[in-house]
Ligand binder design. Structure first.
Ligand SMILES: Cc1cc2nc3c(=O)[nH]c(=O)nc-3n(C[C@H](O)[C@H](O)[C@H](O)COP(=O)(O)OP(=O)(O)OC[C@H]3O[C@@H](n4cnc5c(N)ncnc54)[C@H](O)[C@@H]3O)c2cc1C
Ligand SMILES: *[C@@H]1O[C@H](CO)[C@@H](O)[C@H](O)[C@H]1NC(C)=O
Ligand SMILES: *[C@@H]1O[C@H](CO)[C@@H](O)[C@H](O)[C@H]1NC(C)=O
Ligand SMILES: *[C@@H]1O[C@H](CO)[C@@H](O)[C@H](O)[C@H]1NC(C)=O
Ligand SMILES: *[C@@H]1O[C@H](CO)[C@@H](O)[C@H](O)[C@H]1NC(C)=O
Ligand SMILES: *[C@@H]1O[C@H](CO)[C@@H](O)[C@H](O)[C@H]1NC(C)=O
Length: 537
């Protein structure tokens, strides 16, 4: 049977009602929680307008609207007892204080793009603190800075900067609906990474709500906490209310290109070469590879690799550089498009050339599918035989997105310990593997099979990827790299995934956690536990 999306909410509402009505004690506790919220919130902005319980007609709609992966959305995980769609910082503060007092876990959601849905699912009674409505952006060109609230999207940030200046931009993700709250705290990379590093490398201040409901800034949280929330996943430390960022300079015109090459057109040789060239190109050039299986004839498949480039400058200079540094690609003038930086953000996000930049203000991700994502870091060139292994695995899977992102440049200049984000020098590129499927390919019932396909591909690439540990990217969350069902009480388990995500920074992160949240209030299946006392000796 094909369950269409429109039939799903009915099932889900049934699930959530059964949770809120389990025992009379629970409902007494829940009523007390709601009362607590109104006591603690600023009376000028009624928190009642922000509280959605399963009896509110829009509860399920809002729950689903900001849940980006259908695999996690439609699995049978319980619904929250409430969604607090904060309309004022005090609503977020009250949620912390009252959830703690009444024993509910808090899941923090900004854009809802978490690949494993950790911002909106939990196995224990929980509330969702939804930051989506707190999305103001205050750009000050004179000081070249901006304050950005957690619920703002990358697209909104690009748009608001461009409203005030054509020669400023900001380095963050390709996607335009990603929430700043989650995105920055895991690092945040995009096509300006080789020039300016990650989003967090350009964050200069932040407002964070701690486990006692206090709002801290960089000065009052201290440099250790400020270090941790830049790359360590803020969700282990508190709630990001806003980030202050330093804008970066961009030229008035930039150049973008897409060059497709199939296996038959020598893609393997070119990708082999790209691995050696792309991480060493001048910082102004970023060339992402996007290989994808395509049909070739009725029964056969091939792989077509898109060389997807962004250059901080105009076509003439790009052509000169490419002709000396990477002539094998055969880039032609006619492949290149010149445009403003903000226009290039929508090109890099995959929109068609003629799309209006107003699309940056569309805050909710449409066209969601079922997916399972994994990531890898590569420190040595994948031999041609390894590339052939990858192509074969991709053609076998059929519906898969792979993206290979070159490092080097600015990423190499920043030390591993400068922020909590450890994947710096030594990496040639980072890869995303995303297995995709749709309702017509089995939907949620086919999840296990597709997850297994992603694991097969991951195993096949093991000989070529980084090892000991096999590094992984926090923003490409993958519970397979290790997870802690009891939410950070088993330090050894946490150390396993923590080392893959944070390398040598894991222990320092656990130390910061012990300082700011010793009771481990902020937690999820892959959070950072407080450093046990014995480990400090
Ligand atoms: C279409 C798409 C494109 C993407 N492109 C890129 C890319 O180009 N570059 C890149 O780096 N990543 C990219 N990502 C990954 C993305 O950065 C992560 O999924 C990121 O965590 C999303 O943040 P969010 O606020 O939208 O998600 P959420 O699901 O809301 O949150 C993700 C995590 O952060 C926590 N969190 C959210 N808000 C807060 C807050 N205010 N305070 C504390 N913790 C919080 C959540 O609890 C959760 O653990 C992409 C993802 C998608 C789906
Ligand atoms: C309700 O909770 C109290 C204390 O938490 C407990 O003593 C009592 O037995 C509970 N009642 C029910 C019906 O669960
Ligand atoms: C949710 O429902 C309650 C009870 O009907 C109502 O008082 C409240 O205003 C509703 N909340 C929202 C955000 O609509
Ligand atoms: C399809 O495969 C055949 C045989 O490998 C090859 O000759 C042809 O160029 C391919 N077509 C495309 C579009 O890649
Ligand atoms: C892109 O759009 C511009 C104008 O919007 C147009 O002049 C140009 O031909 C387009 N290029 C491509 C490759 O579609
Ligand atoms: C969503 O999918 C539809 C149908 O495939 C397509 O027409 C539309 O352009 C897509 N929208 C976006 C924003 O990708």
């Amino acid at each position: 049977m094909k369950a269409s999306i429109s039939t799903i909410p009915i099932v889900l509402i049934f699930v959530s009602l059964s949770i809120s009505l389990t025992t009379s004690n629970d409902s007494v506790n829940f009523d007390n929680f709601l009362r607590c919220l109104s006591v603690h919130a600023n009376p000028l902005v009624p928190i009642a307008d922000a509280i959605l319980t399963p009896t509110n007609s829009s509860f399920e709609y809002i729950y689903q609207l900001r849940a980006s992966n259908l695999r996690t959305l439609l699995s049978s995980t319980p619904r929250p007892v409430a969604i607090i769609t904060a309309l004022h910082p005090s609503h977020a503060q009250a949620t912390v204080v009252c959830a703690k007092h009444h024993g509910f876990q808090v899941r923090i959601r900004s854009g809802g793009h978490d690949f494993e849905g950790l911002s909106y699912t939990s196995d224990v009674p929980f509330v969702i603190l939804d930051m989506f409505n707190l999305h103001s952006i205050d750009v000050d060109i004179e000081s070249e800075t901006a304050w950005v609230q957690a619920g703002a999207t990358t697209g909104e940030l690009y748009y608001r900067i461009a409203e005030k200046s054509k020669v400023h931009g900001f380095p963050s993700g390709f996607g335009t609906t990603i929430g700043i709250g989650g995105h920055f705290s895991g690092g945040g990379y995009g096509f300006l990474m080789r020039k300016y590093g990650l989003s967090i490398d350009n964050v200069i201040d932040a407002e964070l709500i701690d486990a006692n409901g206090r709002i801290l800034n960089r000065e009052s949280m201290g440099e250790d906490v400020f270090w941790a929330i830049r790359g360590g996943g803020a969700t282990s430390f508190g709630i990001i209310l806003s980030w202050r960022v330093k804008l970066v300079r961009v030229p008035p015109r930039v150049t973008v290109f897409t060059v497709p090459r199939t296996l038959e057109q020598g893609a393997t040789e070119l990708v082999y070469r790209w691995q050696q060239v792309a991480p060493k190109l001048p910082k102004d050039i970023f060339i992402r590879l996007q290989p994808q299986p395509i049909k070739n004839g009725s029964n056969s498949r091939t792989v077509r690799v898109l060389f997807f480039g962004h250059f901080l400058g105009q076509t003439d200079r790009l052509m000169r550089l490419m002709n000396t540094k990477f002539p094998e690609l055969g880039l032609e003038r006619s492949d290149c498009l010149e445009m403003s930086w903000v226009e290039s953000t929508i090109y890099m996000a995959g929109f068609r050339n003629e799309t209006s930049i107003d699309v940056l203000l569309d805050r909710v991700r449409v066209n969601r599918s079922f997916s399972k994502t994994k990531s890898d870091y590569y420190k040595t060139v994948i031999p041609k035989q390894g590339l052939e292994t990858l192509w074969k695995a991709m053609m076998d899977i059929g519906d898969i997105m792979v993206q290979m992102n070159p490092y080097g440049g600015r990423m190499k200049e920043i030390s591993e310990s400068e922020t909590a984000f450890a994947h710096r020098g030594g990496n040639l590129f980072m890869v995303l593997y995303m297995v995709l499927w749709s309702e017509s390919e089995g939907g949620i019932d086919a999840a296990a099979r597709h997850v297994e396909l992603s694991r097969m591909l991951y195993r096949a690439m093991a000989p070529y990827a980084s090892s000991n540990p096999r590094e992984a990217f926090l923003n490409y969350r993958d519970l397979d790299v290790g997870s802690e069902e009891s939410f950070g009480t088993d330090f050894e388990v946490a150390k396993e995934y923590g080392t893959k995500y944070f390398g040598n920074n894991f222990l320092r992160l656990a130390g910061v956690k012990a300082m700011i949240d010793p009771e481990n209030f902020f937690k999820n299946e892959q959070s950072i536990p407080p450093l046990p006392m014995r480990a400090t000796q």
